[in-house]
Design a protein around this ligand. Structure first.
Ligand code: ASP
Length: 604
């Protein structure tokens, strides 16, 4: 080893010891000939000092020369004796902040160009633009925060691995060069040189391989798997991401859900020394949409929507009547008085606050927002006169409104209302600080359909993917097949979908039936899925599994704004890899070897 101690290690207990440290020169300063260096490695930083008067060196001139030619982020080793810092110069925030190493010898191991941005700890607002950080990612990773993000991620993955291994899972690597398939997104294609004109696809997930592993008798498989999806670039998406992928044989849905719960409970205990209550709550898709306006509900604060269409349908309030006559809906959120900070002198919600909410609703494509205050004398607002007493009573009962509460109504086409209501919940939670001090919450989203309508074609597409096993092993016949339910589930964490899975079709006939409903004829099935269908014909056991995103979970647990902050070398928002410049053009010769012609313009 080039060092005897790392840079986060030395404390008062080491006073008088000789130590050699190796690391980067994060800072240096010259106090009248006495030189101070902060030497940092991945463990921390230690102050080293050169004092020509106190230093006990065999060759002071040489040492002075070396030290005088050191720059920021040079890689050096220093050897010296650990001593107390002068009173008043200790740094309580640094575990090594009470001591310093009095340099007796130093060696430059490597030099550094002037750094393009500050690597030393600083407030986030001081960070340079993200593209610069991504171009010099290796410098960005030297920052303490990034290093600790990577260590967090590594620990989380290793805890999950440990748990799964104790449960009899084995990690199996599945291929990266695979066959192009329909898993929902677009494939990244890789041309084959040996078979010109033919292409591999990078896996969107190991889905079909893990199913074939089950046919192969593996029974309990997992993999920290890289997945690739050629989707349009979006702010917080990556074209390649990491999934904790699992599959189990001879199980039912409950077994998979409880295995996942057990795994996260173990991870929580190991990572945070916290008890994670299991089983996780479950919510049916239709309830989630009606109450939270989304299929990835954040259930940590109330503000659930209550549909009141049936209660207000006969009330002569024009706005509602207009909406309802077109088949729309009315929903209501009871904003509890105790949550409202900005109140008028009489204790009711400030009018300005209500006006701001109305403006916000308009910005969400709603006509506006209807509101009523709950008072000791019942509901009040300038429109309550349109709602007969028994309707008001029924609303109060359904929403459980208490004096001081504000009832907010959204009316319009079903989808728009639910989406806006979901957004309104989140906005209120943010504005009112309802998430402050709240822990994390996993939820299972269950009772999902097998199919959904494709708005573009009018035909049916898979709700999850085409391999989901129907509930009860039946799909209603004819047109009613659209109502078929699937044994599938999503794992939702604090309002973000972080995983999804299902029981699979192990019966080849059922798999064919699903493909057929999705519009595939026999020839297409053979062309795209002959291998899967044939594998299922060789005694596939009942099986199911789940794939869970690692990047987003880490980012959320660490409070990072972007998943890029938990990925060592992520792509930027345009899906470019700035550290190495990918994607790039390739030489003509490479294309010819692959027998490919590039149609993109030279300057594209
Ligand atoms: N392959 C699925 C996905 O990536 C997960 C699963 O069903 O196991 O979403």
């Amino acid at each position: 080893m080039l060092r005897t101690h790392h840079c986060g290690e030395l404390t008062k207990g080491d006073l008088g010891k000789r130590a050699t440290l190796a690391g980067w020169v994060r800072f240096y300063r010259d106090h009248g000939g006495v030189l101070f260096y902060d030497i940092a490695d991945s463990h921390g930083s230690t102050q080293a000092v050169f004092d020509p008067v106190a230093t006990n060196s065999e060759d002071l001139d040489r040492l002075e020369k070396v030290l005088n030619n050191i720059g920021r982020e040079y890689v050096i080793t220093v050897t010296g004796v650990v001593r107390d810092r002068v009173e008043g110069t200790t740094d309580a925030r640094n575990p090594t902040g009470e001591i310093e190493v009095l340099i007796e010898d130093a060696k430059v191991l490597n030099r550094s160009k002037p750094i393009p941005f500050e690597v030393a700890e600083q407030k986030n607002s001081m960070l340079p633009g993200e593209d610069l950080r991504l171009k010099y990612r290796y410098l960005d990773l030297r920052r303490r925060e990034m290093g600790s993000n990577l260590r967090f991620r590594s620990k989380l993955i290793s805890c999950a691995r440990r748990y799964l291994e104790t449960q009899g899972f084995i990690e199996v690597e599945t291929p990266m060069l695979t066959r192009s398939s329909r898993e929902g997104a677009r494939d990244f294609l890789v041309p084959s040189r040996n078979m010109p004109g033919q292409f591999y696809a990078l896996p969107q997930s190991p889905q079909l391989y893990k199913q074939m592993l089950m046919v192969g008798g593996v029974e309990r498989y997992y993999q920290v798997a890289r997945c690739f999806r050629d989707e349009d670039s979006r702010a917080d998406r990556q074209p390649e991401f990491t999934q904790l992928d699992m599959e189990m044989s001879f199980v039912e849905m409950e077994d998979i859900l409880s295995m996942v719960e057990g795994m996260y409970a173990y991870v929580w205990k190991e990572m945070f020394d916290e008890h994670l209550p299991t089983p996780f709550p479950r919510i049916e898709l239709k309830d989630s949409l009606a109450r939270y306006g989304t299929d990835a509900p954040d259930v940590r604060f109330g503000l659930e929507m209550e549909e009141v269409t049936d209660l207000v349908k006969d009330a002569p309030y024009e706005i509602f009547q207009r909406v309802l006559s077109k088949g729309g809906m009315v929903t209501c959120i009871d904003l509890k008085g105790s949550l409202i900070k900005e109140q008028d002198t009489d204790g009711s919600v400030g009018r300005k606050q209500v006006d701001r909410l109305i403006d916000w609703a308009k910005s969400q494509g709603m006509g506006g927002l209807t509101w009523m205050r709950m008072t000791p004398d019942g509901l009040s607002s300038n429109i309550v006169k349109y709602f007969p007493e028994e309707v008001r009573q029924a609303i109060v009962e359904r929403t459980d409104a208490q004096p001081g509460d504000l009832l907010l109504y959204l009316a319009g086409p079903r989808e728009t209302v639910l989406r806006a209501g979901g957004q309104l919940r989140l906005k209120l939670a943010k504005d009112l600080g309802l998430l402050e001090g709240k822990g994390h919450q996993f939820v299972w989203l269950v009772s999902c359909p097998l199919f959904q309508k494709d708005p573009a074609t009018g035909g049916l597409t898979s709700f999850h993917h085409p391999f989901v096993r129907p509930v009860g092993d039946v799909i209603p016949e004819g047109k009613d097949c659209a109502n078929g339910m699937g044994h599938s589930y999503d794992l939702v964490f604090d309002g973000s979908e972080i995983g999804s899975g299902s029981m699979r079709n192990h019966d080849p006939e059922m798999q064919r039936k699903v493909f057929g409903i999705l519009g595939m004829d026999e020839a297409t099935m053979q062309k795209e899925f002959d291998f899967l269908l044939e594998a299922l014909e060789f005694g596939a056991p009942p099986h199911g599994g789940v794939g869970m995103g690692v990047d987003r979970l880490c980012a959320m647990l660490l409070g990072c704004e972007s998943i890029r902050d938990v990925i060592a070398f992520p792509k930027n928002k345009k899906f470019q890899s700035l550290v190495d410049g990918a994607p790039t053009k390739v030489e003509e010769a490479k294309l010819s070897e692959l027998q490919l012609l590039c149609l993109a313009d030279e300057d594209d």
